[in-house]
Design a protein. Structure first.
Length: 133
């Protein structure tokens, strides 16, 4: 007999760490297209995701981008640095860190982050454009 799949709990207290992390990733993906279009909804989704998995790099990167949209570059740098610490090999997180540092007035720090991103993704057009600014 085939066993029925166990339902994923909706109460975070009953979720395993893996289930919390997976749910947080889903919420971060839902928030991504809303960051520019619906800041309050994106913030609500990312806040929920952060409560579930505060070290999830997708969530941290989303919070960094949201902070930039909200005009909070220092906060964005903090979140982006955390995302980079968790996932050092993601060029996208280095790009977000560079954007946050640039917005915070740290041109040298931004350049460093973009160059580190290029080490991970050579000839990346998005990073190259940012370095030309």
């Amino acid at each position: 007999r085939a066993r029925a799949a166990a339902a994923v709990p909706t109460d975070p207290a009953q979720m395993t760490p893996e289930q919390r992390d997976q749910r947080a990733r889903v919420l971060a993906r839902e928030a991504d297209p809303l960051i520019e279009a619906d800041i309050p909804r994106a913030k609500a989704l990312l806040d929920e995701a952060y409560a579930l998995a505060p070290r999830n790099p997708h969530v941290l990167a989303g919070l960094a981008e949201l902070s930039l949209q909200r005009g909070r570059p220092t906060e964005a740098v903090t979140y982006a640095e955390q995302a980079v610490r968790v996932r050092r090999r993601r060029w996208t997180y280095r790009m977000i860190l560079g954007d946050a540092r640039r917005a915070a007035g740290d041109a040298a720090g931004a350049r460093e982050a973009y160059e580190q991103g290029l080490e991970l993704s050579p000839d990346n057009p998005r990073l190259l454009r940012r370095l030309q600014r």
